[in-house]
Design a protein around this ligand. Structure first.
Ligand SMILES: Cc1cc2nc3c(=O)[nH]c(=O)nc-3n(C[C@H](O)[C@H](O)[C@H](O)COP(=O)(O)OP(=O)(O)OC[C@H]3O[C@@H](n4cnc5c(N)ncnc54)[C@H](O)[C@@H]3O)c2cc1C
Length: 421
């Protein structure tokens, strides 16, 4: 098996698989290392913003995605207690993709990783990264195959961190464990059958100590996901002895939020709640270790705006545009440290331009949503000023894609040429 690559990518979430597909189609040799077996459930609200849909089409997974995704998401609601306000989503400029859709992460991530494999990426899964040494131009990565326990060393000129935000990579010197904080936001998700959520509606749930959302995803299954402060969870646990953390959240929402109570009245949960976190919103683009970061590894918006998948794909694309823009082949000596520093600088400039404003907006919205007074104010504002929610969706980036449509069309062509070979 090949062990030396142009690029090594750690993590096969939407960011890592996107980068892998783009580089492989451009002729790079790519290793994509993923520690989990797919398909796997993942804590996520599973809404795909319209801005990401043309990118998925160009990457070659549109047909399967469209077949499986839930209905077009045309309307957005804010719900708090018995109060609610509903508004239309703004319509995206691309007439093929006016509205977002929702699809299970077990499906989306598997489709993308399979596509990466099909276009020639060496998918190493399930494989754990044991250590990452070296730097731009000469990376060395030790991995362990989790099926056989065999270890091997991979070498690459470029290394891309796409491992999300929940764990550090082994290359980073072990940090002292961050102490638990009452304000930690823990994340949860569950699926329900038989729920009665209005077709095409995406309710955002505001409650003391957290926020969440519901959506109809593939097969008519309703996904509920949300974040809850640790101190609020402790209170709920005392009120619901023996219940899991997710069950505590569900009981609270069924009781306190009439929209949830009505939606889940006739529903049954499919499997257990899954949990993760604490989540880690913020910007960590330049960590000084020479790794190029994409997706949540580079920066993360509070999930209340449901933009993480789209940002992951767009950030990977922005990086690859820079990696592929220089007139050089990846196996030349030029793909060394100085060249990668230049790529990193150009990528960082683009990344900040497109993502910093929405990360800040998401943070302000999330914090306002978790407190009684400010969330009541949000609802009042949305009622008095009908443009508030559509405008907020636009500012959150729902319908604006950072990637030049000509780039997207070029990639789609490159992929169909590859498939025709
Ligand atoms: C409660 C909640 C609701 C959300 N709702 C939405 C929503 O509705 N819409 C939306 O767009 N976004 C949503 N998000 C955000 C979205 O889930 C993330 O932004 C997105 O998954 C980021 O993609 P990524 O590829 O960067 O990372 P991930 O999807 O986290 O993928 C990282 C991958 O790397 C692998 N990995 C990690 N470490 C290693 C290692 N050492 N070696 C090998 N592999 C490794 C992991 O197994 C994983 O598969 C939500 C998030 C939460 C918490």
């Amino acid at each position: 098996m090949r062990t030396t690559f142009d690029a090594l990518i750690i993590g096969a979430g939407p960011a890592g698989s996107t980068a892998a597909i783009l580089l492989a189609l451009a002729g790079w040799s790519v290793a994509l290392v993923e520690k989990q077996r797919f398909p796997r459930r993942k804590v996520c609200g599973e809404c795909i913003a319209p801005s990401a849909l043309p990118l998925f089409a160009a990457l070659g997974i549109e047909q399967d995605l469209t077949l499986r995704a839930g209905p077009h998401l045309r309307r957005l609601a804010l719900m708090r207690g018995s109060d609610r306000v509903v508004s239309d989503f703004p319509v995206a400029p691309d007439s093929d993709y006016y509205w977002g859709r929702a699809v299970g992460r077990e499906t989306l991530d598997t489709l993308l990783a399979d596509q990466a494999h099909k276009v020639g990426v060496q998918l190493l899964q399930p494989c754990a990264v044991l250590g990452l040494l070296g730097g731009p131009g000469a990376w060395r990565c030790d991995i362990r195959d989790l099926n056989t326990s065999a270890t091997q060393t991979l070498r690459a000129r470029v290394a891309i961190a796409a491992h999300g935000s929940w764990e550090a990579l082994p290359s980073v010197p072990p940090q002292p464990r961050r102490p638990r904080r009452p304000s930690d936001l823990l994340a949860f998700k569950a699926n329900f059958t038989g729920a009665s959520l209005e077709e095409g509606l995406l309710p955002v749930l505001l409650f003391d100590g957290g926020y969440g959302g519901m959506v109809v995803a593939e097969g008519g299954v309703t996904t509920m996901a949300g974040c809850l402060r640790r101190d609020k969870l402790d209170v709920l646990r005392r009120e619901n002895p023996g219940a899991s953390a997710g069950e505590c959240l569900e009981a609270m929402l069924r009781g306190q939020c009439s929209g949830v109570g009505e939606t889940l009245n006739t529903a049954s949960r499919q499997g257990a709640w899954i949990g993760a976190g604490p989540i880690n919103p913020g910007i960590r683009l330049s960590s000084g270790d020479g790794l190029l970061r994409v997706g949540n590894a580079a920066g993360e918006a509070h999930p209340i705006i449901g933009e993480g998948i789209s940002m992951a794909v767009q950030s990977a694309w922005l990086l690859c545009v820079q990696l592929l823009s220089v007139d050089t082949s990846p196996d030349r000596e030029t793909v060394g440290e100085a060249w990668q520093r230049l790529v990193a600088r150009r990528y960082a400039r683009e990344w900040r331009l497109h993502f910093v404003p929405r990360i800040r907006l998401a943070s302000a919205f999330a914090h306002a949503s978790m407190h009684a007074r400010s969330s009541a104010l949000l609802l009042a504002l949305a009622k008095r000023w009908p443009a508030f929610l559509p405008l907020g969706s636009r500012w959150a980036g729902k319908i604006r894609c950072a990637i030049d449509p000509a780039e997207v069309a070029r990639l789609a062509q490159q992929r169909s040429d590859y498939e025709a070979l």
